[in-house]
Write a protein that binds this ligand. Structure first.
Ligand code: ASP
Length: 319
C-alpha cells in the first residue's frame, strides 16, 4: 500500500462521525492506519508526529478497548496523554458537559477524545472548544473509529470492501457501531444486511441502504462478513427481548447458523462480547474465522491515523 501523499491526505478539524465522509476520505484514513500496523508490530514503537502535543481522553461512559487504545495511540506518536473518566470529574459536582469541556480547553490541549452517553453531545462540545475533537462514541449515534478499525480489518483480510456482503446482527436500534458501520460500508460499496428481532431494528432503516432480515439464517446466507453486536442493555428503557436465552436461540451466532454464511466468512464483534448471549464461545474463539482480537489490534493503528489527521489540520491552519 502506498503511503498517502501529504498534500492529498484527509486532515479534518474534528472526527465526529462517518456520515458525510467520502470514500476518498475514508480510504485516506485507512491507508494511513495501514502504515501504522507495521510500526505497532515492531519492538520499538515510537513515532514523533504528536511530540509536544497534549491529548485528553474524556470518558463519560465506561470503556476498555477504546480508551486504552487511544491512550496507546497517542503515546506511540509521542503525545502527552491525560485520562479523565466521569468518576473523577466535576460532573458529580453538577458541572455541565460544556463547562467541563471549556475548562479543559482553557488548558490548551490539542485533542479532546470524548465518549458520552447522549447522541449529539460530542458534536455540541466540538462547537465550544478550540482544540480538535474525536468522537469515540456518543449514545447510539456514531462511533467512527470503531467503523474505521472494522473496515481496516476487513480490507486487510479480504483485499477490498466493495462488493462484500456484510451482515450486522443483533441490537441495531441502540448501536452506534451499527450506524457508523452502515455509513462506512455502504459508502465503500459493500452490500449491508441487518438482522434482529423487529423490536431491535429501527423503523425505516432501509433508507440507510441496508436490507432487513428477521430470520438470522436467511440474513447470513452467503455473507462474507458476520458482525455480531451486544444487547445494549444500558440504553434500553423497557423490554426488547423476551429473555437472554430466547435471544440466543433466535439471534445468537453458533456453528449451525454460521453454516449459512460463506465458508471463509469472517466473524467480527466490537466487544465487549457476551458469550452465550449473542455469540457462542466456539465461534468467538474460532482461530480460522474470528478476527475479534485483530479488530482490537487495528484499533490502535486507526486511532493513530485519526490523531495524526486532526493534528495535521491544526498544523496546516496555524500561522
Ligand atoms: N464498545 C462498543 C461501543 O462502545 C460496542 C459496545 O459497547 O457494545 O459502542
Amino acid at each position: 500500500m502506498n503511503a498517502p501523499d501529504a498534500n492529498t491526505r484527509f486532515a479534518p478539524r474534528h472526527i465526529l462521525g462517518i456520515e458525510g465522509l467520502s470514500p476518498d476520505q475514508i480510504t485516506s484514513l485507512l491507508d494511513a492506519a495501514d502504515g501504522f500496523v507495521a510500526l505497532n508490530r515492531r519492538r520499538e514503537k515510537k513515532g514523533e508526529s504528536l511530540r509536544g502535543l497534549t491529548v485528553i481522553n474524556l470518558f463519560f461512559e465506561t470503556s476498555t478497548r477504546t480508551q486504552t487504545s487511544f491512550e496507546m495511540a497517542a503515546k506511540r506518536l509521542g503525545a502527552d496523554v491525560i485520562n479523565m473518566s466521569v468518576a473523577t470529574s466535576s460532573i458529580y459536582k453538577g458541572e455541565s458537559l460544556i463547562d467541563t469541556a471549556m475548562t479543559l480547553n482553557a488548558m490548551r490541549p490539542d485533542v479532546l477524545v470524548v465518549r458520552h452517553p447522549h447522541s449529539g453531545a460530542v458534536e455540541l462540545l466540538s462547537q465550544k472548544v478550540t482544540c480538535a475533537v474525536i468522537n469515540c462514541g456518543d449514545g447510539s449515534h456514531e462511533h467512527p473509529t470503531q467503523a474505521l478499525l472494522d473496515a481496516l480489518t476487513i480490507r486487510r483480510r479480504k483485499g477490498t470492501i466493495a462488493g462484500l456482503v456484510v451482515t450486522i446482527c443483533g441490537d441495531i436500534a441502540h448501536s452506534r457501531v451499527a450506524r457508523s458501520n452502515i455509513h462506512l460500508l455502504t459508502a465503500m460499496g459493500a452490500r449491508v444486511r441487518v438482522v434482529g428481532p423487529p423490536t431491535l431494528i429501527p423503523a425505516m432503516i432501509e433508507r440507510m441502504g441496508v436490507e432487513v432480515f428477521h430470520d438470522m439464517v436467511a440474513g447470513l446466507a452467503d455473507a462474507d462478513i458476520v458482525m455480531m453486536l451486544r444487547l445494549q442493555l444500558e440504553r434500553m428503557h423497557g423490554t426488547f427481548v423476551p429473555s437472554l436465552r430466547e435471544n440466543f436461540h433466535f439471534y445468537g451466532l453458533d456453528e449451525d447458523k454460521l453454516a449459512a454464511a460463506k465458508p471463509d466468512a469472517l466473524i467480527m464483534h466490537p466487544g465487549p462480547i457476551n458469550r452465550g448471549v449473542e455469540i457462542d464461545t466456539s465461534v468467538a474463539d474460532d482461530i480460522d474465522r474470528s478476527v475479534i482480537t485483530e479488530q482490537v489490534e487495528m484499533g490502535v493503528a486507526v486511532r493513530m491515523a485519526c490523531l495524526e489527521a486532526v493534528t495535521a489540520h491544526q498544523e496546516a491552519a496555524s500561522p
